[in-house]
Design a protein around this ligand. Structure first.
Ligand SMILES: Nc1ncnc2c1ncn2[C@@H]1O[C@H](COP(=O)(O)OP(=O)(O)O)[C@@H](O)[C@H]1O
Ligand SMILES: [Mg+2]
Length: 259
C-alpha cells in the first residue's frame, strides 16, 4: 500500500484567510484509516476554519486537501461524498420532529432508508421513544446523538466533528465517545476538534496542537507528554508534580486567556 492510500485525509500547506487576516497558516497533517485524530487548540486557534476548508465551505488561500483520494478542489463532489460533517453547535430546525430530521438527511445524502430503518437507527441511539418529539425538545446529549447519526448516515470514510462533546455531562460524553470509537471500528477515520485534554487522551489516537493558525506539534497524546516532559516550561506549569497533556498544552500555547 502506498503512503497516500493509507491516509483518509491529507492536509498539505493549508492557509485560510478572512480578508487580510490569516486564520490558518501553512497547516499540514494526515489522518490515517481507522484513526481518531484530534485538533487541539485554544479559542480562535483556527480549528473550525481548518474543518471548513476540508468541507469545502471555505476556499483556501493555499494548500492541498485530499479526502479519500479526492482533491477537494478538482474532485469536489467525490471528496464531499466521502465526508460526514457535524458542525459546531449544529442547529437543525428545532421545530422539526426527530424522525423528520432523519428523513431529511437520508434524503440529502441519497440513503434509501424507509421509516422502519430510520426507527432502527433511533433505537440504536436509545431515542426510539422520541421519534415524534421536536428536535428542539431534546436534551443537549440527545441532540448530539442525533447530530452524529445524521453526520454518519451515509457511512462516510471521514467524519468531521467540531467540538462534539462541549457542554455535555459525563454520561452523555462517554456515550458519544463510544459512538465515535464505533466509527473507528468500521475502519473509518474521525477528525475532531476539542478543548478537552481528557477527551484527547481518552479517544484520540493522535493529536495536533494548533495555535494562532499554526500546527505546533503532532503526536500521540502519550508521545506528546514523553517528548516535552523534561522541558523546563512544561515542568514550570505542572501541578501536583505529575506532567499531564494539559501542562504540555499550556506550555506550548501560553497561559493567556483567549476570548
Ligand atoms: N468569518 C470570519 N471572518 C473573520 N474572521 C474570522 C471568521 N471566522 C473566524 N475568524 C477568525 O479566525 C480565527 C480562527 O477562528 P476559528 O477557526 O473559528 O478558531 P477555533 O475554531 O479554533 O476557535 C479567529 O481569530 C477568528 O476570530
Ligand atoms: Mg471553533
Amino acid at each position: 500500500m502506498d503512503k497516500q492510500a493509507a491516509y483518509t485525509l491529507t492536509v498539505d500547506g493549508l492557509s485560510v484567510s478572512y480578508g487580510n487576516f490569516n486564520a490558518v497558516q501553512n497547516v499540514s497533517f494526515n489522518v490515517r484509516k481507522g484513526e481518531i485524530f484530534g485538533l487541539l487548540g485554544p479559542n480562535g486557534a483556527g480549528k473550525t476554519s481548518t474543518l471548513s476548508a476540508i468541507e469545502g465551505l471555505l476556499k483556501p488561500q493555499a494548500g492541498t486537501i485530499i479526502v479519500n483520494g479526492n482533491n477537494t478542489v478538482s474532485k469536489q463532489l467525490h471528496a464531499r461524498a466521502s465526508l460526514g460533517v457535524q458542525l459546531q453547535s449544529t442547529s437543525f430546525q428545532a421545530e422539526l420532529f426527530v424522525i423528520e430530521v432523519l428523513q431529511l438527511y437520508a434524503g440529502i445524502y441519497g440513503v434509501p432508508a424507509g421509516k422502519a430503518e430510520l426507527m432502527n437507527i433511533l433505537k440504536e441511539i436509545n431515542l426510539e421513544g422520541s421519534a415524534n418529539k421536536k428536535f428542539g425538545e431534546l436534551s443537549g446529549g440527545q441532540q448530539q446523538r442525533v447530530s452524529l447519526v445524521i453526520a454518519t448516515i451515509h457511512n462516510p470514510r471521514l467524519v468531521l466533528l467540531d467540538e462534539p462533546t462541549s457542554g455535555l455531562d459525563p454520561q452523555s460524553r462517554r456515550q458519544l465517545w463510544e459512538r465515535i470509537e464505533a466509527i473507528r471500528e468500521r475502519g473509518h477515520a474521525v477528525l475532531l476538534t476539542t478543548h478537552s485534554m481528557e477527551e484527547a487522551e481518552s479517544v484520540c489516537d493522535r493529536i495536533a496542537i494548533i495555535d494562532h493558525g499554526k500546527v505546533i506539534a503532532v503526536d500521540t497524546p502519550q508521545g506528546m507528554i514523553d517528548k516535552y516532559k523534561d522541558d523546563p516550561e512544561v515542568v514550570a506549569v505542572s501541578r501536583r508534580g505529575r506532567i499531564t497533556l494539559e501542562d504540555v498544552f499550556i506550555a506550548l500555547t501560553g497561559k493567556a486567556i483567549r476570548s
